[in-house]
Design a protein around this ligand. Structure first.
Ligand SMILES: Nc1ncnc2c1ncn2[C@@H]1O[C@H](COP(=O)(O)OP(=O)(O)OP(=O)(O)O)[C@@H](O)[C@H]1O
Ligand SMILES: [Mg+2]
Length: 384
């Protein structure tokens, strides 16, 4: 029996650790290789970064004329820092050899003279810096770098930017948005894939009519992964380490976690760690207890920042109430006035704690829902 877990919830997943998303992968790949900008939006940990990672692997394998640059705004503290990593990532993506990158860095800038840093061997990383006093006036030249390179080299460039909503932390984000949009929308040989984990900010950026990025591209609203894909995936992953799980237990595992990708992998990992050759129902029960105990500090913190009305509103939702401003519901759960309910609901939605469904509301975090129901409603935690 292999002694390494086949499940991963600590980083992005791809290749054999990645399941399904066939439609989304095809749509994303087709968009990006044909110049259609794409925006990816989902609640936290549903697999945006993994989807892009897998799409990039497949694109690089299937399309020799397509080059992909991936960058993450998580570490870009300012617009200037972003522009430096943007230029570096684009040079990196568009040429294979470091000599060529250095040459490109020299030839593709006109008004600006970039600082070129070459990484230690054997890494052929070339990173770019700018003298901001001079470069400030020529930001457009930096933003248009991928278009100039792609046109000249007869390539298609794809620029993927993770945690895109972080630009809100830079100074004058409104101006930056306008500038990016103005340049990027003119690029004929480049497509942009923008995604990020703060859903309400992403929605605000891309789905609000008065904002520059409105109608920037195809918006993919990523869904959870369906049960029918989880069951064979889980069975196969257990089998790859010489263990078995029945379809019934695999299904129960995925349903317990509401088919939430990060949570399903986590529960599968704890079940794997607890099991022998055959996964038993009690392994799954123990794994679920462990999962909740492990995440408890996060749930407690989440609860601490909720107001009295918000907490009561969550109780009402978990108890199956759908008419949150009905007199009886407001009375039973001490919600105050319809205005209080409205305010609490908006705050919970903004923080991605709850989400609207076709007939009411649901909690987005299945682990938090189980824990909360135990703490506040006295329900036992058990697999579905
Ligand atoms: N297609 C998939 N198949 C199997 N597991 C997946 C898949 N996509 C995501 N996961 C699981 O979900 C976890 C989170 O994925 P990922 O980091 O890609 O999500 P994200 O939406 O980018 O998260 P964040 O909102 O934190 O940026 C992964 O570590 C993995 O456990
Ligand atoms: Mg991510």
């Amino acid at each position: 029996m292999a002694d390494e877990s086949p499940f991963d919830f600590g980083s992005t997943v791809s290749r054999e650790a990645f399941t399904d998303r066939r439609q989304e992968l095809d749509r994303l790949k087709t968009n990006l290789s044909s110049g259609i900008n794409t925006v990816l939006i989902s609640p936290r940990r549903w697999g945006k970064s993994s989807l892009v990672e897998q799409a990039v692997i497949e694109l690089r394998r299937q399309r020799k004329d397509v080059r992909v640059a991936v960058l993450d705004l998580f570490t870009a503290g300012s617009f200037e820092e972003f522009l430096e990593s943007y230029a570096s990532a684009i040079l990196q993506a568009s040429s294979g050899k470091w000599e060529e990158r250095v040459r490109d860095a020299k030839t593709f800038f006109r008004a600006i003279v970039p600082r070129i840093n070459i990484g230690a061997e054997p890494a052929s990383e070339v990173s770019i810096g700018f003298e901001w006093k001079e470069a400030r006036q020529h930001v457009g030249e930096i933003l248009d770098l991928p278009e100039r390179i792609a046109a000249k080299k007869k390539l298609k460039l794809v620029v993927c930017i993770d945690e895109f909503q972080n630009l809100a932390n830079w100074s004058d984000p409104g101006q930056v948005e306008k500038l990016l949009r103005a340049h990027w929308q003119r690029h004929k040989h480049v497509s942009y894939c923008l995604y990020g984990s703060k859903r309400h900010m992403m929605r605000e950026l891309f789905n609000t009519a008065r904002k520059p990025f409105y109608r920037f591209g195809d918006i993919i609203w990523l869904e959870r992964i369906a049960l029918e894909h989880w069951v064979p995936f889980l069975q196969e992953r257990f089998r790859s380490t010489g263990r078995t799980i029945t379809a019934e237990l695999a299904s129960s595992l995925a349903r317990t976690m509401g088919c939430h990708p990060w949570y399903v992998q986590q529960l599968a990992h704890f079940s794997w760690a607890a099991s022998g050759r055959k996964v038993r129902a009690e392994d799954l029960r123990g794994a679920l207890d462990l999962l909740i105990a492990t995440n408890q500090p996060l749930y407690q913190r989440e609860c601490e920042i909720m107001s009295y009305t918000q907490t009561n509103l969550v109780k009402a939702i978990l108890s199956g109430e759908t008419q949150l401003t009905a007199q009886r519901v407001m009375h039973d759960y001490q919600l105050g006035t319809p205005r209080n309910v409205q305010k609490a609901r908006m705050a919970l939605e903004g923080n991605d704690v709850i989400d609207r469904t076709k007939d009411g509301y649901e909690l987005l975090d299945p682990g938090f829902a189980l824990w909360f129901a135990r703490e506040f409603l006295g329900r036992a935690i058990a697999p579905a």
